[in-house]
Design a protein around this ligand. Structure first.
Ligand SMILES: Nc1ncnc2c1ncn2[C@@H]1O[C@H](COP(=O)(O)OP(=O)(O)OP(=O)(O)O)[C@@H](O)[C@H]1O
Ligand SMILES: [Mg+2]
Length: 402
Protein backbone atom coordinates (compact mmCIF):
# COMPACT_ATOMS: atom_id res chain seq x y z
CA UNK A 1 0.00 0.00 0.00
CA UNK A 2 1.21 3.50 -0.77
CA UNK A 3 2.26 5.36 2.33
CA UNK A 4 -0.52 7.69 3.43
CA UNK A 5 -0.08 11.10 4.90
CA UNK A 6 -2.16 12.38 7.76
CA UNK A 7 -2.23 15.79 9.32
CA UNK A 8 -3.05 15.98 13.02
CA UNK A 9 -4.12 19.33 14.39
CA UNK A 10 -3.66 19.62 18.14
CA UNK A 11 -1.62 21.60 20.61
CA UNK A 12 -1.03 18.56 22.75
CA UNK A 13 2.05 16.45 22.09
CA UNK A 14 0.73 13.36 23.91
CA UNK A 15 -2.40 13.32 21.79
CA UNK A 16 -0.39 13.68 18.62
CA UNK A 17 1.91 10.85 19.67
CA UNK A 18 -1.01 8.57 20.54
CA UNK A 19 -2.68 9.08 17.22
CA UNK A 20 0.48 8.87 15.13
CA UNK A 21 1.42 5.65 16.97
CA UNK A 22 -1.99 4.18 16.12
CA UNK A 23 -1.68 5.18 12.47
CA UNK A 24 1.95 4.39 11.90
CA UNK A 25 1.21 1.07 10.18
CA UNK A 26 -0.64 2.84 7.38
CA UNK A 27 0.94 6.22 7.09
CA UNK A 28 2.88 9.16 8.35
CA UNK A 29 1.34 11.72 10.64
CA UNK A 30 2.43 15.32 10.58
CA UNK A 31 1.76 17.46 13.60
CA UNK A 32 0.36 20.94 13.10
CA UNK A 33 -0.89 23.54 15.50
CA UNK A 34 -3.89 25.79 15.22
CA UNK A 35 -3.24 28.19 12.43
CA UNK A 36 -5.90 28.27 9.82
CA UNK A 37 -3.98 30.14 7.13
CA UNK A 38 -0.98 27.93 7.29
CA UNK A 39 -3.11 24.81 7.55
CA UNK A 40 -5.05 25.59 4.42
CA UNK A 41 -1.80 26.22 2.62
CA UNK A 42 -0.16 23.06 3.87
CA UNK A 43 -3.12 20.88 3.06
CA UNK A 44 -2.97 22.23 -0.48
CA UNK A 45 0.72 21.90 -1.04
CA UNK A 46 1.54 18.76 0.94
CA UNK A 47 -1.51 16.82 -0.05
CA UNK A 48 -3.06 14.81 2.72
CA UNK A 49 -5.37 11.87 3.01
CA UNK A 50 -7.09 12.78 6.26
CA UNK A 51 -6.90 15.76 8.57
CA UNK A 52 -7.50 14.83 12.20
CA UNK A 53 -8.71 17.63 14.43
CA UNK A 54 -8.63 17.74 18.21
CA UNK A 55 -12.19 18.13 19.56
CA UNK A 56 -11.20 17.58 23.19
CA UNK A 57 -12.70 19.80 25.90
CA UNK A 58 -12.60 23.48 25.16
CA UNK A 59 -11.12 22.83 21.72
CA UNK A 60 -14.50 21.66 20.43
CA UNK A 61 -15.66 25.07 19.33
CA UNK A 62 -12.53 26.13 17.50
CA UNK A 63 -12.25 22.62 16.07
CA UNK A 64 -15.67 22.97 14.50
CA UNK A 65 -14.68 26.36 13.14
CA UNK A 66 -11.45 25.00 11.67
CA UNK A 67 -13.33 22.08 10.10
CA UNK A 68 -15.74 24.49 8.42
CA UNK A 69 -13.03 26.78 7.11
CA UNK A 70 -10.91 23.94 5.77
CA UNK A 71 -13.90 22.46 3.99
CA UNK A 72 -14.72 25.83 2.52
CA UNK A 73 -11.35 25.75 0.77
CA UNK A 74 -11.19 22.00 0.09
CA UNK A 75 -14.73 20.61 -0.08
CA UNK A 76 -13.57 17.07 -0.75
CA UNK A 77 -11.19 16.90 2.19
CA UNK A 78 -11.72 14.21 4.80
CA UNK A 79 -11.75 15.76 8.23
CA UNK A 80 -11.97 13.37 11.17
CA UNK A 81 -12.52 14.63 14.69
CA UNK A 82 -11.00 12.97 17.71
CA UNK A 83 -11.37 12.99 21.48
CA UNK A 84 -10.44 10.71 24.36
CA UNK A 85 -13.86 9.13 24.51
CA UNK A 86 -16.85 9.74 22.28
CA UNK A 87 -19.79 11.61 23.52
CA UNK A 88 -22.75 11.75 21.22
CA UNK A 89 -23.16 15.52 21.46
CA UNK A 90 -19.53 16.04 20.51
CA UNK A 91 -19.79 13.69 17.54
CA UNK A 92 -22.93 15.45 16.42
CA UNK A 93 -21.25 18.85 16.64
CA UNK A 94 -18.28 17.59 14.69
CA UNK A 95 -20.46 16.09 11.98
CA UNK A 96 -22.49 19.28 11.75
CA UNK A 97 -19.34 21.25 11.07
CA UNK A 98 -18.53 18.85 8.25
CA UNK A 99 -16.29 16.19 9.82
CA UNK A 100 -16.79 12.86 8.05
CA UNK A 101 -16.02 10.71 11.02
CA UNK A 102 -14.95 10.69 14.62
CA UNK A 103 -12.43 8.52 16.47
CA UNK A 104 -11.47 7.87 20.09
CA UNK A 105 -7.84 8.06 21.15
CA UNK A 106 -8.53 5.34 23.72
CA UNK A 107 -9.71 2.90 21.08
CA UNK A 108 -6.75 2.47 18.72
CA UNK A 109 -8.15 -0.66 17.09
CA UNK A 110 -11.44 1.07 16.24
CA UNK A 111 -9.52 4.11 15.03
CA UNK A 112 -7.43 1.98 12.73
CA UNK A 113 -10.52 0.26 11.32
CA UNK A 114 -12.29 3.56 10.78
CA UNK A 115 -9.30 5.00 8.97
CA UNK A 116 -8.87 1.92 6.82
CA UNK A 117 -12.50 2.02 5.80
CA UNK A 118 -12.27 5.73 5.01
CA UNK A 119 -9.25 5.07 2.82
CA UNK A 120 -11.12 2.28 1.02
CA UNK A 121 -14.23 4.33 0.48
CA UNK A 122 -12.36 7.23 -0.94
CA UNK A 123 -9.85 6.11 -3.56
CA UNK A 124 -9.68 9.59 -5.07
CA UNK A 125 -8.26 11.47 -2.13
CA UNK A 126 -6.04 14.43 -2.93
CA UNK A 127 -2.82 13.23 -4.45
CA UNK A 128 0.34 13.37 -2.43
CA UNK A 129 3.09 15.14 -4.20
CA UNK A 130 6.21 14.77 -2.24
CA UNK A 131 9.72 15.00 -3.53
CA UNK A 132 12.68 13.30 -2.00
CA UNK A 133 15.29 14.83 0.21
CA UNK A 134 18.93 13.82 0.42
CA UNK A 135 21.08 15.20 3.17
CA UNK A 136 24.86 15.36 3.16
CA UNK A 137 26.51 15.73 6.54
CA UNK A 138 30.15 16.56 7.05
CA UNK A 139 32.26 15.20 9.88
CA UNK A 140 34.44 18.32 9.90
CA UNK A 141 34.95 21.54 7.98
CA UNK A 142 36.84 21.46 4.72
CA UNK A 143 36.49 17.80 3.80
CA UNK A 144 34.42 18.30 0.66
CA UNK A 145 30.80 18.18 1.88
CA UNK A 146 29.66 21.15 -0.16
CA UNK A 147 31.43 19.93 -3.28
CA UNK A 148 29.74 16.53 -2.94
CA UNK A 149 26.27 17.98 -2.31
CA UNK A 150 26.59 20.41 -5.20
CA UNK A 151 27.66 17.75 -7.69
CA UNK A 152 25.04 15.29 -6.56
CA UNK A 153 22.38 17.97 -7.04
CA UNK A 154 23.77 18.89 -10.45
CA UNK A 155 23.81 15.26 -11.57
CA UNK A 156 20.23 14.81 -10.45
CA UNK A 157 19.16 18.02 -12.17
CA UNK A 158 20.93 17.16 -15.38
CA UNK A 159 19.36 13.77 -15.57
CA UNK A 160 15.92 14.75 -14.30
CA UNK A 161 12.95 14.78 -16.63
CA UNK A 162 11.98 18.15 -18.06
CA UNK A 163 10.07 20.43 -15.78
CA UNK A 164 11.21 18.49 -12.77
CA UNK A 165 13.35 20.46 -10.50
CA UNK A 166 16.16 20.03 -8.04
CA UNK A 167 16.96 22.33 -5.15
CA UNK A 168 20.38 22.60 -3.56
CA UNK A 169 19.92 23.71 0.01
CA UNK A 170 23.29 25.06 0.99
CA UNK A 171 23.32 25.11 4.77
CA UNK A 172 27.07 24.95 4.99
CA UNK A 173 28.87 27.70 6.80
CA UNK A 174 30.32 30.16 5.80
CA UNK A 175 27.16 30.57 3.83
CA UNK A 176 26.99 30.60 0.10
CA UNK A 177 29.92 28.30 -0.74
CA UNK A 178 27.94 26.34 -3.31
CA UNK A 179 26.75 29.54 -4.97
CA UNK A 180 30.34 30.67 -5.13
CA UNK A 181 31.53 27.39 -6.67
CA UNK A 182 28.75 27.69 -9.23
CA UNK A 183 29.18 31.38 -9.87
CA UNK A 184 25.51 31.98 -9.12
CA UNK A 185 24.24 34.94 -7.16
CA UNK A 186 21.82 34.04 -4.39
CA UNK A 187 19.88 37.02 -3.12
CA UNK A 188 16.88 35.20 -1.67
CA UNK A 189 18.02 33.23 1.34
CA UNK A 190 16.49 30.73 3.74
CA UNK A 191 15.26 33.41 6.13
CA UNK A 192 13.63 35.34 3.29
CA UNK A 193 11.84 32.17 2.27
CA UNK A 194 10.67 31.49 5.82
CA UNK A 195 9.33 35.03 5.99
CA UNK A 196 7.47 34.40 2.74
CA UNK A 197 6.03 31.14 4.02
CA UNK A 198 2.46 32.37 3.94
CA UNK A 199 2.65 33.41 0.32
CA UNK A 200 4.79 30.57 -0.89
CA UNK A 201 3.90 29.34 -4.36
CA UNK A 202 5.35 28.30 -7.68
CA UNK A 203 5.58 31.90 -8.91
CA UNK A 204 7.65 32.96 -5.92
CA UNK A 205 9.82 29.96 -6.49
CA UNK A 206 10.41 30.85 -10.14
CA UNK A 207 11.12 34.49 -9.51
CA UNK A 208 12.77 34.79 -6.12
CA UNK A 209 14.88 31.62 -5.96
CA UNK A 210 18.34 31.72 -7.50
CA UNK A 211 18.85 29.30 -10.37
CA UNK A 212 22.08 27.94 -11.75
CA UNK A 213 22.17 27.83 -15.55
CA UNK A 214 21.49 24.08 -15.39
CA UNK A 215 18.06 24.96 -14.00
CA UNK A 216 18.91 23.84 -10.50
CA UNK A 217 17.59 26.12 -7.75
CA UNK A 218 19.95 27.16 -4.97
CA UNK A 219 19.15 28.45 -1.53
CA UNK A 220 21.66 29.45 1.14
CA UNK A 221 21.56 30.58 4.71
CA UNK A 222 21.74 34.35 5.23
CA UNK A 223 25.22 35.87 5.29
CA UNK A 224 24.47 37.09 8.76
CA UNK A 225 23.48 34.04 10.78
CA UNK A 226 21.95 36.26 13.46
CA UNK A 227 19.02 36.65 11.06
CA UNK A 228 18.07 33.09 11.92
CA UNK A 229 17.02 34.30 15.34
CA UNK A 230 14.17 36.27 13.81
CA UNK A 231 12.40 33.24 12.42
CA UNK A 232 10.58 30.65 14.48
CA UNK A 233 11.83 27.07 14.36
CA UNK A 234 8.34 25.88 13.51
CA UNK A 235 8.24 28.11 10.44
CA UNK A 236 11.71 26.97 9.41
CA UNK A 237 10.63 23.35 9.67
CA UNK A 238 7.41 23.99 7.81
CA UNK A 239 9.41 25.58 5.02
CA UNK A 240 11.62 22.51 4.75
CA UNK A 241 8.55 20.31 4.36
CA UNK A 242 7.09 22.68 1.81
CA UNK A 243 10.31 22.69 -0.22
CA UNK A 244 10.17 18.95 -0.29
CA UNK A 245 6.77 19.07 -1.87
CA UNK A 246 7.71 21.70 -4.46
CA UNK A 247 10.87 20.05 -5.74
CA UNK A 248 11.41 16.62 -7.13
CA UNK A 249 14.62 16.37 -5.16
CA UNK A 250 16.08 18.54 -2.42
CA UNK A 251 19.78 18.02 -1.76
CA UNK A 252 20.67 19.54 1.59
CA UNK A 253 24.26 20.33 2.49
CA UNK A 254 24.16 20.48 6.26
CA UNK A 255 27.95 20.72 6.33
CA UNK A 256 28.92 22.84 9.26
CA UNK A 257 25.54 24.08 10.32
CA UNK A 258 25.21 24.17 14.07
CA UNK A 259 21.46 24.75 14.63
CA UNK A 260 20.85 21.23 15.73
CA UNK A 261 17.04 21.28 15.91
CA UNK A 262 16.77 22.23 12.29
CA UNK A 263 19.36 19.64 11.37
CA UNK A 264 17.40 16.98 13.24
CA UNK A 265 14.26 17.98 11.46
CA UNK A 266 15.95 17.97 8.06
CA UNK A 267 17.32 14.52 8.82
CA UNK A 268 13.92 13.35 9.95
CA UNK A 269 12.30 14.22 6.64
CA UNK A 270 15.28 13.05 4.56
CA UNK A 271 14.91 9.92 2.49
CA UNK A 272 18.62 9.40 2.22
CA UNK A 273 21.57 10.59 4.34
CA UNK A 274 25.29 10.49 3.60
CA UNK A 275 28.07 11.41 5.99
CA UNK A 276 31.33 12.62 4.49
CA UNK A 277 34.38 11.64 6.51
CA UNK A 278 38.07 11.80 5.63
CA UNK A 279 40.62 9.07 6.24
CA UNK A 280 42.04 10.75 9.30
CA UNK A 281 41.55 10.06 12.99
CA UNK A 282 40.31 13.56 13.84
CA UNK A 283 37.72 13.26 11.10
CA UNK A 284 36.60 9.81 12.28
CA UNK A 285 36.50 11.10 15.84
CA UNK A 286 34.24 14.02 14.87
CA UNK A 287 32.02 11.71 12.83
CA UNK A 288 31.65 9.45 15.86
CA UNK A 289 30.70 12.37 18.04
CA UNK A 290 28.12 13.45 15.55
CA UNK A 291 26.63 9.95 15.32
CA UNK A 292 26.52 9.63 19.12
CA UNK A 293 24.66 12.94 19.29
CA UNK A 294 22.20 11.84 16.65
CA UNK A 295 21.59 8.48 18.34
CA UNK A 296 21.06 10.21 21.67
CA UNK A 297 18.38 12.30 20.08
CA UNK A 298 16.60 9.24 18.79
CA UNK A 299 17.78 9.25 15.21
CA UNK A 300 18.25 5.85 13.61
CA UNK A 301 21.81 6.09 12.31
CA UNK A 302 21.33 2.93 10.23
CA UNK A 303 19.93 5.33 7.69
CA UNK A 304 23.28 7.06 7.23
CA UNK A 305 25.85 5.95 4.68
CA UNK A 306 29.57 6.74 4.68
CA UNK A 307 31.11 8.68 1.82
CA UNK A 308 34.86 8.85 2.22
CA UNK A 309 36.04 12.37 1.40
CA UNK A 310 39.24 13.04 -0.57
CA UNK A 311 39.92 9.31 -0.71
CA UNK A 312 43.50 8.23 -1.24
CA UNK A 313 44.34 4.52 -1.47
CA UNK A 314 47.82 5.17 -0.06
CA UNK A 315 46.40 6.17 3.30
CA UNK A 316 46.45 3.37 5.86
CA UNK A 317 42.99 3.97 7.23
CA UNK A 318 40.69 2.07 4.86
CA UNK A 319 37.09 3.23 4.29
CA UNK A 320 35.80 -0.20 5.33
CA UNK A 321 37.55 0.23 8.67
CA UNK A 322 36.03 3.67 9.09
CA UNK A 323 32.55 2.38 8.31
CA UNK A 324 33.02 -0.44 10.77
CA UNK A 325 34.26 1.91 13.44
CA UNK A 326 31.35 4.26 12.92
CA UNK A 327 28.88 1.39 12.52
CA UNK A 328 27.35 2.79 9.38
CA UNK A 329 27.16 1.38 5.87
CA UNK A 330 29.85 2.24 3.37
CA UNK A 331 28.36 3.89 0.27
CA UNK A 332 31.41 5.06 -1.64
CA UNK A 333 34.73 6.84 -1.79
CA UNK A 334 35.09 10.28 -3.33
CA UNK A 335 38.58 10.28 -4.80
CA UNK A 336 41.07 13.02 -3.99
CA UNK A 337 41.12 15.58 -6.79
CA UNK A 338 42.97 18.51 -5.26
CA UNK A 339 44.30 20.34 -8.31
CA UNK A 340 41.23 19.78 -10.43
CA UNK A 341 38.91 21.02 -7.67
CA UNK A 342 40.93 24.16 -7.10
CA UNK A 343 41.06 24.84 -10.83
CA UNK A 344 37.27 24.45 -11.01
CA UNK A 345 36.68 26.71 -8.04
CA UNK A 346 38.90 29.36 -9.56
CA UNK A 347 36.89 29.54 -12.76
CA UNK A 348 33.52 29.19 -11.01
CA UNK A 349 32.64 25.99 -12.82
CA UNK A 350 31.72 22.63 -11.41
CA UNK A 351 33.80 19.54 -12.15
CA UNK A 352 30.79 18.17 -13.97
CA UNK A 353 31.25 20.85 -16.60
CA UNK A 354 35.02 20.69 -16.79
CA UNK A 355 35.48 16.91 -16.69
CA UNK A 356 32.12 15.12 -16.87
CA UNK A 357 33.70 11.66 -16.89
CA UNK A 358 35.89 12.19 -13.83
CA UNK A 359 35.77 9.16 -11.48
CA UNK A 360 34.78 11.52 -8.65
CA UNK A 361 31.47 12.02 -10.42
CA UNK A 362 30.90 8.32 -11.02
CA UNK A 363 30.70 7.76 -7.26
CA UNK A 364 27.93 10.34 -7.01
CA UNK A 365 26.27 9.00 -10.16
CA UNK A 366 25.80 5.66 -8.52
CA UNK A 367 24.21 7.31 -5.49
CA UNK A 368 21.94 9.33 -7.78
CA UNK A 369 20.99 6.15 -9.63
CA UNK A 370 20.04 4.43 -6.38
CA UNK A 371 17.92 7.38 -5.42
CA UNK A 372 16.12 7.33 -8.73
CA UNK A 373 15.42 3.65 -8.40
CA UNK A 374 13.90 4.48 -5.06
CA UNK A 375 14.12 2.41 -1.96
CA UNK A 376 10.59 2.29 -0.65
CA UNK A 377 11.65 0.66 2.58
CA UNK A 378 14.14 3.31 3.49
CA UNK A 379 11.68 5.92 2.41
CA UNK A 380 8.88 4.68 4.62
CA UNK A 381 11.19 4.43 7.57
CA UNK A 382 12.43 7.90 6.91
CA UNK A 383 8.97 9.29 6.84
CA UNK A 384 8.05 7.62 10.10
CA UNK A 385 11.15 8.93 11.70
CA UNK A 386 10.15 12.36 10.50
CA UNK A 387 6.86 12.09 12.26
CA UNK A 388 8.24 10.98 15.58
CA UNK A 389 11.07 13.47 15.45
CA UNK A 390 8.62 16.14 14.59
CA UNK A 391 6.78 15.14 17.72
CA UNK A 392 9.85 15.49 19.82
CA UNK A 393 11.08 18.67 18.27
CA UNK A 394 8.17 20.98 18.76
CA UNK A 395 8.64 22.42 22.17
CA UNK A 396 5.66 24.34 23.57
CA UNK A 397 7.47 27.69 23.61
CA UNK A 398 8.50 27.37 20.00
CA UNK A 399 5.08 26.95 18.48
CA UNK A 400 4.08 29.28 15.78
CA UNK A 401 0.77 30.68 14.92
CA UNK A 402 -0.72 29.71 18.32
N1 LIG B 1 37.58 15.09 -3.60
C1 LIG B 1 38.33 16.18 -3.37
N2 LIG B 1 39.65 16.16 -3.53
C2 LIG B 1 40.40 17.24 -3.30
N3 LIG B 1 39.92 18.41 -2.91
C3 LIG B 1 38.60 18.51 -2.71
C4 LIG B 1 37.72 17.39 -2.92
N4 LIG B 1 36.47 17.80 -2.64
C5 LIG B 1 36.56 19.08 -2.29
N5 LIG B 1 37.82 19.52 -2.31
C6 LIG B 1 38.34 20.85 -1.98
O1 LIG B 1 38.34 21.01 -0.57
C7 LIG B 1 37.98 22.32 -0.20
C8 LIG B 1 36.76 22.29 0.69
O2 LIG B 1 35.69 21.75 -0.06
P1 LIG B 1 34.20 22.01 0.33
O3 LIG B 1 33.91 23.45 0.42
O4 LIG B 1 33.37 21.17 -0.57
O5 LIG B 1 34.24 21.35 1.76
P2 LIG B 1 33.26 21.52 2.98
O6 LIG B 1 33.44 20.28 3.75
O7 LIG B 1 31.92 21.87 2.54
O8 LIG B 1 33.95 22.70 3.69
P3 LIG B 1 33.31 23.79 4.70
O9 LIG B 1 33.46 23.21 6.03
O10 LIG B 1 34.21 24.97 4.46
O11 LIG B 1 31.90 24.01 4.29
C9 LIG B 1 37.74 23.06 -1.49
O12 LIG B 1 38.92 23.73 -1.85
C10 LIG B 1 37.47 21.97 -2.50
O13 LIG B 1 37.82 22.35 -3.80
MG1 LIG C 1 30.68 23.51 3.02
Amino acid sequence: MVEKRFIVVTDNETRFNELSETLKGIGTSVWLHWNTDLLAQLVGSLGTDIVFIDYIGENAEKAAELTRSLLAVYPSLWVVGFSHRTDSQLVLDAMRSGARDFVELQAPVDTLNTVKSILERSPSLPAQSSGRMITILGARPGIGTTTAAMHLALLLQQEAAQGESVLLLDFGYPSGDAALYLDTKVSFNFCDAVRSLRRFDQALLNTAFAHHKSGMAIMSLPQNLADLRDITPTDAMTLLSLLKSYFKVVVADLGGFAGLDLVMYALGISDHVELVCEQSLPSVYSARQMLVNLRERGFDTDRIGLLTGKYDGRIDLAPAQIAQNLQIRHDGDLPQRTEKMIACANIGKPLLEVAPRDPYLDVLRSIAANLRKGQPHAEARGAEQGATLLGRLFKPNLRAGG
